[in-house]
Design a protein around this ligand. Structure first.
Ligand code: 5GP
Ligand code: MN
Length: 335
């Protein structure tokens, strides 16, 4: 993988560009993809954002989100665009399988792949150019750096500012996690100078749910949470039936895992949700418990030191039982 700076001189040559990100894109994934879209179109590139799957309703306000192609809903169109692409930007993920069924098409495309990402252990051989930095708050911050370092600050506009703020806000837990460096606040100051109204974005993302989602949250906190004080850990296991009962959609369970960490003394939180194709795990920790390693070792996953995800093909009961088994290894570490 060559340094991303070697790509800067090529920015001025109009190309067919595809931007993609991880399945079930979150605020940082969609924010960084659309920010880069609004940047690249100013050079005359032919740019399309392709998401491997659908996304949460709370991202539906984002500028030009209606132009994003959902691969699962429009496979043929997405495939044709990807086959004709000269460049594929891969944002907010670093192993191709995180794009689910879109991965094979990305792999076979003739395009050069460019990585911009902040997760641990990138698959560097898969990318022609790129930057991977686990000390960055968000991929949105890295797209900001890309624009500034390539000497294109004049191309920052309000659309880009709204997209970048979304990702940096969501990935830093509204500027609370330790990764929130001075560079984050300097960037936000710059975005404010461009006219960004940050309150509107907080409201769009966090105050835009249906009643059923809040009732579901109450239900699972009351009936599905297990606090394991001997491990300073908490677990929540959510069945397909629970999701159906409250008509839970993509994105409605985002952030749920964080409630578990609000209990005094709890350092490790885990949630498993029974999705159609797999059981999806989310892990969060406080302090020195490394959930990236935990997710990699036991649940085919990865991510960051304090926030990671994983998956399992087992039943919900089986994968939950596995969690109760493997956590025993960590009792000392979690004390
Ligand atoms: P979440 O729990 O919000 O789905 O994910 C937490 C973090 O871990 C995010 O940065 C996400 O991109 C990453 N992540 C989630 N699932 C996986 C996975 O299966 N593999 C890897 N490598 N990272 C994941
Ligand atoms: Mn991210």
């Amino acid at each position: 993988m060559k340094a991303i700076s070697e790509f800067y001189p090529l920015l001025n040559q109009p190309k067919n560009v595809v931007i993609t990100t991880h399945q079930k894109p979150d605020g940082d994934a969609m924010g960084s993809s659309l920010a880069l879209y609004h940047f690249l179109i100013q050079f005359g590139h032919n740019v399309t954002v392709i998401s491997p799957t659908n996304w949460a309703n709370f991202l539906q306000w984002m500028p030009d989100v209606n132009k994003v192609i959902d691969f699962e809903a429009h496979q043929h169109k997405a495939q044709t665009l990807t086959e004709h692409a000269d460049i594929i930007f891969c944002l907010d993920f670093n192993v191709l399988h995180r794009t689910k069924h879109f991965a094979k098409i990305i792999e076979q495309a003739k395009a050069e792949r460019i990585l911009i990402d902040h997760h641990e252990q990138p698959q560097v051989e898969a990318f022609a150019y790129g930057i991977s930095n686990i000390y960055k708050s968000s991929t949105c911050e890295m797209v900001y750096d890309f624009i500034i370092d390539s000497e294109n600050a004049d191309k920052l506009n309000l659309n880009i500012a709204q997209c970048l703020y979304t990702g940096v806000m969501t990935d830093t837990g509204s500027f609370r996690f330790p990764i929130t460096s001075a560079s984050v606040h300097k960037m936000v100051a710059h975005l404010k100078e461009l006219g960004l109204q940050h309150t509107v974005i907080h409201e769009n993302i966090y105050d835009n749910f249906l009643e059923n989602r809040l009732r579901f949250t109450g239900f699972v906190l009351l009936h599905r949470m297990d606090v394991l004080y001997e491990y300073n850990a908490a677990l929540m296991s959510i069945s397909k039936q629970d999701l159906l009962k409250f008509n839970i959609k993509t994105g409605d369970t985002e952030g749920l895992v964080n409630y578990l960490l609000t209990i005094e003394g709890i350092k490790f939180a885990a949630i498993v949700i029974d999705r159609d194709e797999e059981r999806k795990w989310s892990f969060r920790s406080k302090g020195n418990f490394d959930v990236n390693t935990f997710a990699r070792k036991h649940f085919e996953g990865g991510g960051h030191f304090n926030a990671a995800g994983g998956r399992s093909s087992d039943t919900l009961e089986k994968t939950t039982a596995k969690f109760y088994e493997v956590i025993k290894e960590y009792q000392q570490q979690l004390q």
